[in-house]
Design a protein. Structure first.
Length: 186
């Protein structure tokens, strides 16, 4: 399954709103959300449209806005998250949900709510994950295996972190999963 419906619902947009904005038939968009095969230009149009949804005004004039807002086709197809995707997510949450904390990629001990590492600096994500978080088109979790640490296995999540007892797990709001335990702590 892809992330088209997930990202549309994240922004609380109807099929009609998105299809009209793209100049498409709503049935065509619905078919794409259900897994119909799309042409490269179709994926590109969707990536550009949804990237614009993440491109919100800065709340602080001192913030340096990313040069390009792009979502990857990999993300939309639910294959993987790229640095571009993470930059867009980070920018969006920092400028719409700042009161909930900073956007992080977090690693958890499998099956627990215990955070072992969190990365807000995307250069650290680049180093740790080679700039790519592997997703699973089937909607199941691909754990992070740290080959530098004796193949230690961790679960990853996209979180907003304010403090130890205020963590909002936004993973399932941004990525399609058949079933995913939400690690929100409040």
């Amino acid at each position: 399954m892809n992330n088209l419906q997930v990202v549309r619902e994240f922004f609380q947009l109807s099929l009609k709103q998105v299809s009209e904005a793209l100049g498409w038939d709503a049935d065509e968009l619905q078919a794409l959300e259900a897994g119909a095969i799309a042409k490269p230009l179709t994926w590109q149009a969707l990536a550009e449209y949804y990237a614009e949804q993440f491109h919100v005004p800065a709340i602080d004039e001192q913030q340096v806005e990313p040069i390009h807002f792009r979502l990857s086709v990999d993300y939309l197809m639910n294959v993987g998250l790229t640095m571009n995707d993470l930059v867009a997510f980070k920018w969006y949450f920092e400028n719409t949900r700042a009161e909930l904390g900073n956007f992080y990629v977090a690693l958890y001990e499998p099956g627990t709510a215990q955070i072992t590492q969190k990365f807000t600096d995307l250069s650290a994500v680049l180093e740790q994950f080679a700039g790519y978080i592997l997703l699973n088109h089937a909607g199941s979790m691909n754990n992070f295996i740290n080959e530098r640490d004796h193949d230690h296995v961790s679960e990853w999540r996209l979180i907003l972190f304010k403090r130890d007892h205020l963590v909002v797990d936004v993973t399932d709001q941004l990525v399609y999963f058949e079933e995913l335990v939400n690690r929100t702590v409040m």
